[in-house]
Design a protein around this ligand. Structure first.
Ligand code: SF4
Length: 239
């Protein structure tokens, strides 16, 4: 099956990623994922680090004004909107669970935890699935815009939105390979199958890829192996 070949080829090229010994706290992960929206990894990481430095506990952040939170996360962009969202979420979690803690959701079935997390304002399928995969270490395959793009180019799915790709992929990826494929596709999308100018000429998936422009990009200067080694990024389970 094509998906098995993609998993194998990416593991051979990028390695089989291993999860850290300690799973990240689910609230930390949730906030880090929200901060990663519409910005690059470097800036979202700086925004998260600032937030944690200024507000060592989530109770501290909840007690602060949105203005102060916005000032702490300004480097990550859309600070006014994100600070409001973070406060709302912290508030809801404390009111609903008695403290700013989501560890009780770990005991739920995956589908139930997905539903519960998505009732938090601003939390969609991708963010909810990231919490379940990274913090609860349960088999689910989160899909962001980059993973959606790659899987459509390769021809694993033919879908219009990341949400539709998410739905299609849950039964296609073996549960024990969900973390590996998710992590390697994020890396692969930043190093090789970029949104603009993919490096098709240096791509291990070239032979099985169905992207109609792959030959054009393989021949172009941008399509040859370039600065992929210079890419640095933060994986979400490193929060
Ligand atoms: S051949 Fe090009 S479009 Fe296809 S997966 Fe590789 S980099 Fe992406």
């Amino acid at each position: 099956m094509k998906i098995a070949s993609v998993i194998n080829l990416l593991e051979k090229t990028l390695g089989a990623p291993k999860q850290k010994r300690d799973a990240p706290n689910p609230v930390d992960l949730l906030v880090a994922t929200l901060l990663s929206q519409n910005t690059n990894d470097h800036n979202s990481h700086r925004a998260y680090a600032n937030l944690k430095r200024i507000f060592p506990t989530w109770e501290d952040a909840l007690g602060a004004s949105t203005k102060k939170i916005a000032s702490a996360i300004r480097v990550g962009g859309m600070a006014a909107q994100k600070s409001k969202r973070i406060k709302e979420i912290l508030h809801t979690i404390r009111d609903r669970y008695g403290s700013i803690d989501l560890t009780s959701l770990r005991r739920m079935e995956i589908s139930q935890a997905m539903e519960e997390l998505q009732t938090l304002k601003g939390v969609g399928k991708k963010t909810a699935a990231c919490v379940i995969l990274f913090s609860f270490r349960k088999p689910i395959f989160p899909v962001d815009t980059h993973i959606h793009r790659i899987l459509n180019r390769v021809g694993i799915v033919r879908t219009k939105t990341p949400e539709k790709t998410f739905d299609a992929m849950q039964s296609l990826v073996p549960p024990q390979k969900m973390y590996s494929l998710h992590t390697n596709l994020i890396r692969f999308g930043r190093m090789v199958c970029k949104a603009q100018n993919p490096l098709c000429g240096a791509c291990v998936l070239y032979d099985l890829c169905e992207y109609q422009d792959k030959e054009k990009f393989a021949l172009s200067r941008e399509g040859k192996k370039g600065d992929s080694e210079k890419v640095h990024f933060m994986l979400l389970d490193n929060v």
